[in-house]
Design a protein around this ligand. Structure first.
Ligand code: AMP
Ligand code: ZN
Length: 140
């Protein structure tokens, strides 16, 4: 796609710090470096986000995740790793070319990435819970 920043990286029109490349995917360092080694994996084919992602492209991306995660683990003294994908603006997507973030996590005092789940289990009934599952299952 002409104006897409990640397509420009794939075409070599803007610089990037590439760490892995093959015919289907490219992995490079995220400029933001939320933590040391923060890496993005993108498909070479332009896809906006998960809602447009062909299953075979999803497979191409995720089959490479363990290898790159393993390399990060060997390279840095990480203690964990978040694998994150943001879809649409409301979910913090800012670059509209599908990408998976690999964000190494270090011990608490060395890592101020404040990513934490909120537990809402006291805010819904058993019926609500079941109705949510049924609503999704109706479309699968
Ligand atoms: P998201 O908010 O999930 O869409 O993530 C987009 C990510 O792309 C952000 O973490 C940015 O730091 C990163 N980013 C934007 N432009 C570049 C670039 N030219 N090279 C590397 N990373 C970039
Ligand atoms: Zn693109």
């Amino acid at each position: 796609m002409e104006d897409c920043i990640f397509c420009k990286i794939i075409r070599g029109e803007i610089p990037s710090e590439k760490i892995y490349e093959d015919d289907e995917v490219l992995a490079f360092l995220d400029l933001g470096q939320v933590t040391k080694g923060h890496t993005l994996i993108i498909p070479k084919k332009h896809v906006r986000n998960v809602f447009d992602l062909p299953p075979e492209t999803a497979a191409e991306i995720f089959r490479r995740v363990p290898k790159i995660a393993g390399a990060l683990k060997e390279a840095f003294p990480l203690e964990g790793l978040n694998v994150i994908n943001n879809n649409e603006e409301v979910a913090s997507q800012t670059v509209f070319h599908y990408h998976v973030h690999l964000i190494p996590r270090y011990s608490k005092n060395k890592d101020d990435f404040g990513f934490k789940w909120k537990d809402n289990s006291n805010t819904y009934s058993a019926e609500d819970f079941k109705a949510r599952a049924e609503a999704i299952k109706a479309h699968l």
